[in-house]
Design a protein around this ligand. Structure first.
Ligand SMILES: Nc1ccn([C@@H]2O[C@H](COP(=O)(O)OP(=O)(O)OP(=O)(O)O)[C@@H](O)[C@H]2O)c(=O)n1
Ligand SMILES: O=P(O)(O)OC[C@@H](O)[C@@H](O)[C@@H](O)CO
Length: 452
């Protein structure tokens, strides 16, 4: 582990700004794009590594925990960035640069969320110094290091979790050709230059300028040389790696238009935005689990159809509970983290308990919590919801137990009226409640029984 300068410490004088197990995009396309000889079949694949600076203190976030470790849906922000980077299976090493005091916390995150290909390096007192420490770990002359020098290195802030594999491919491919490349975005605000007396000196024409985002990529020798030549002033106060390649290696980086999601988590509002985006992304698929799929008139299928109609932006699939163990694992691997379990058998809760056992037996993804809505039907004309609730009170203890396994269990009683119109209305209300439970994933509501 590189012993760079201790992390944290003094800050620059002016207040510098302190996604599945299978490879992402078509792997064949990635490999041909990255083969050293271009797309020639069978040519050598490009050696690519990534450096993720994560040694900051997150001053602008305004909380004691450095923002890269702040929880989003009960999981540290940096884990989402690592998950996204790991989708690119052609990146051979991911160097995460953290302060000495956060080394153990980072090791625990890597272990808990089973991140791979990660090496830790100690941060510097500025971002540039941290990046430089990461590059040194990859340079050839490291004693006892299992790391080898890559041809191209990606540099990506650990607090930018929302990027797809295609932007990585684009900047790496461009860097291979131009020596350096970086993602850019249109400016939202106009950039102005103030005069010494704090008045407007001039403004830049917004359409002719861009915001520099991440990821960036460089021929390793280019950016390593730039950092070795870098002045102390630049190491202390600089904010732009592309500028270092230009200033010290005369390399003009290729600018690559990026997607709107490349923003950096900087202020507290960005954490709320990140949580909302992640919730949106993992609530796009629902699996309705039922005792059997044969009887199409069965209430489960009526509920399935209403879910499809009412939640038309969500993909609804169905699964027979019988002998579904291996299917459940597969469903989760296909990024479905939401289950609606229809209970029709006596005693109550039987189907849900069976599903829970299957979930417990499957080593399902620890990256996201699993939502299970246990649905029960009752004709309110013949029995009151409160009577049903009495028989379902076991859900509360069960929910507490499953929370430890990252399963959020909610109960829903739907009025199974003999009146067709009333039944449809109850099913519609039930669908709306299910959508809300899945979208919000609020652990404060686990074990509660809602009524539609
Ligand atoms: N000495 C430092 C400072 C920053 N970073 C990292 O560089 C990335 C982008 O920097 P920034 O958003 O400025 O993070 P902080 O410096 O933590 O934020 P602030 O400026 O608000 O303190 C972050 O992942 C941050 O952890 C780093 O590795 N080493
Ligand atoms: O200055 P900060 O440490 O907030 O961010 C560093 C970089 O992310 C930022 O400068 C981008 O413009 C890319 O260079």
């Amino acid at each position: 582990m590189e012993q760079g300068p201790r992390g944290g410490g003094s800050r620059p004088a002016e207040p510098g700004p302190c996604l599945s197990s299978q490879c992402g995009a078509d792997q064949a396309a990635s490999v041909s794009l990255l083969s050293a000889g271009g797309a020639e079949p069978g040519s050598r694949t490009l050696a690519v590594a990534a450096v993720l600076p994560a040694g900051g203190c997150g001053e602008r976030m305004g909380v004691p925990t450095p923002k890269q470790f702040c929880p989003v849906l009960e999981r540290p922000l940096i884990s989402y960035t690592l998950q996204a980077m790991e989708r690119a299976c052609w990146i051979k090493d991911i160097i995460v640069v953290v302060t000495g005091e956060n080394m153990e916390a980072m090791e625990n995150i890597i272990k808990k969320y089973k991140h791979k290909r990660i090496s830790l390096v100690e941060a510097g007192v500025t971002r540039h110094r941290s990046i430089f420490n990461g590059l040194k770990a990859l340079a050839d002359n490291q004693p006892n290091s299992r790391l080898s020098k890559p041809e191209v290195v990606i540099i990506h802030d650990a607090v930018r979790p929302f990027f797809e594999e295609d932007i990585l491919l684009k900047v790496v491919t461009a860097a291979k050709e131009h020596g350096a490349a970086g993602a850019v975005r249109p400016l939202v605000s106009t950039v102005i230059s103030p005069s010494a007396d704090g008045c407007l000196d001039h403004s830049l024409e917004r359409a002719r300028h861009r915001a520099s985002e991440m990821p960036q990529a460089f021929l390793f020798d280019v950016i390593y040389e730039a950092y070795q030549q870098c002045s102390d002033y630049d190491l202390e106060f600089g904010t732009e790696c592309l500028q270092l390649a230009l200033k010290y290696c005369h390399i003009k980086a290729k600018l690559v238009e990026g997607s709107p999601d490349l923003w950096k988590v900087t202020y507290k509002r960005d954490l709320y935005a990140a949580e909302s985006i992640i919730k949106e992304r993992i609530s796009q698929e629902i699996c309705i689990v039922m005792d059997t799929k044969e009887n199409k008139e069965h209430i489960s299928h009526l509920l399935e159809e209403v879910l499809k109609t009412e939640l038309n932006h969500i993909h609804v699939r169905s699964q027979a509970l019988y002998n579904a163990g291996s299917d459940i694992q597969h469903i989760i691997l296909e990024q479905c983290y939401n289950f609606v379990c229809v209970n029709v058998k006596e005693p109550d809760f039987q189907e849900t308990q069976k599903l829970m056992s299957m979930l417990e037996e499957s080593n399902f993804s620890i990256l996201y919590s699993i939502v299970v809505v246990s649905v029960h039907f009752l004709d309110f004309k013949f029995a009151s919801p409160s009577q049903k609730m009495e028989s379902l009170m076991c859900i509360r203890e069960f929910a507490k137990k499953m929370k430890k396994r990252k399963v959020l269990l909610y109960g829903l009683i739907i009025n199974y009226s003999q009146d067709e119109q009333k039944l449809q209305e109850s099913l519609r209300q039930g669908a709306i409640i299910i959508a809300a439970l899945i979208k919000e994933r609020n652990s404060a509501l686990i074990g509660q029984l809602l009524v539609a």
